[in-house]
Design a protein around this ligand. Structure first.
Ligand code: F0G
Length: 345
């Protein structure tokens, strides 16, 4: 039996109305995987929260099940979002499931191919904008204001409500909160959601947020007009949940820092080959950040004894980046000794 849908597990802690339908694909209950080699490198017990195991391959499904259930409950007929890819895939899937129309606005040429395939296959109207994510978000906010269409970006409060359940799961599985949590930061919805979840459970792990160097507005303290990074999921210059995310870093005694594309790609390959966990490049920013910066603590506080790294999306989302960074395939003749040579040499 698959685990209960997230809304069934946590309904009383979520924001749904009593009559709302449950639009679900059995999201949540994702693996918390021990990471022995990462633990060794960091000198602290490390775990990977593998959100790539959600139905559409990213953490967005946690928020989407709640946001789309609420949208359906209040009689919406369509949903819309701006996206660097994963929100689009998830919104399209849950809209299909709910029998709603879906429209997604993505930055042209800047989303991973698997995410594009998902959004199209689920029947959403996919609009490729000649602009970046921040432009797309500004436009969909205006459209949702003008038309009777539900905005399902993480500016939608129900998205945050659903995503906070990942913190509940971590606490349940470890028998308490970890000492620290490392997380990639783009539009800053997910870090906001984890902090809310931990706080509601009466805990306060240290939060380490990581942005890509070329898309690090929170680190620089000002919006980035033309964000650039290989981690296309977090290519965002003006996060919508800016203040809440910064408040969470401060309250948790944590911090937000930047990692280079090279550090992200190194961690991405190393996790796949060294821990057997294939996440997408943006997700690897959480591990890259810890490897690059360690686990800094404020004065007078003990270093954390355990850390959970949130791996936000599945590696199969972005086969282009994987293949461009992976070792070459070995071509071989149809012959035993040729294969023997290819395998053993
Ligand atoms: N990791 C992945 C794989 C993502 O897709 C995103 C965001 C993030 C991390 C950052 O999360 O925005 O809550 O800080 N993706 C959004 C999208 C923007 O459109 O799919 P955040």
């Amino acid at each position: 039996m698959s685990p209960a849908p997230l809304i069934e597990r946590y309904r009383e802690r979520l924001s749904l109305e009593p009559g709302d339908p449950v639009v679900t694909l059995n999201e949540g209950s994702t693996p918390l995987v021990e990471a022995p080699r990462l633990s060794e490198r960091l000198g602290v017990r490390a775990y990977l929260k593998f959100e790539g195991a959600n139905p559409t391959g990213s953490f967005k499904d946690r928020g989407m099940t709640v946001a789309v259930s609420r949208a359906k409950g209040r009689g919406a007929e369509a949903v819309i979002c701006a996206s660097t890819g994963n929100t689009a895939a998830s919104a399209a899937a849950y809209a299909a499931r709910a029998g709603l129309r879906g429209a997604v606005i993505v930055p042209e040429g800047k989303i991973a191919i698997g995410k594009l395939a998902q959004a199209l296959m689920h029947g959403a109207r996919v609009v490729a904008l000649q602009g970046n994510f921040d432009d797309a978000l500004r436009i969909v906010r205006e459209l949702a204001h003008k038309h009777p269409i539900e905005l399902v970006n993480s500016v939608n409060p129900h998205r945050i409500e659903g995503q906070k359940t990942a913190a509940f799961e971590v606490i349940e599985e470890l028998g308490g909160a970890p000492g620290a949590l490392a997380i990639p930061v783009g539009n800053a919805g997910n870090v906001t959601a984890y902090w809310r979840g931990f706080q509601e459970a009466g805990t306060a792990p240290i939060l380490y947020g990581f942005q890509a160097e070329g898309a690090a507005p929170l680190v620089h303290g000002e919006p980035v007009a033309s964000p650039e990074t290989v981690a296309s999921a977090i290519r965002i210059g003006n996060p919508a949940r800016w203040e809440e995310a910064m408040a969470a870093f401060t309250a948790s005694r944590g911090r937000v820092a930047a990692v280079s594309d090279e550090q992200i790609l190194d961690a991405y390959r190393w996790l796949a080959a060294g821990e057997g966990v294939f996440c997408e490049p943006a997700s690897a920013a959480s591990v890259a950040g810890l490897l690059a910066h360690g686990l800094p603590t404020v004065e007078d506080s003990e270093p954390p004894e355990s850390v959970v790294c949130v791996l936000t999306g599945h590696g199969l989302k972005d086969p282009d980046t994987a293949l461009s960074k992976a070792p070459a395939v070995i071509n071989c003749e149809n012959d035993l000794s040729a294969v023997e040579q290819a395998v053993f040499e």
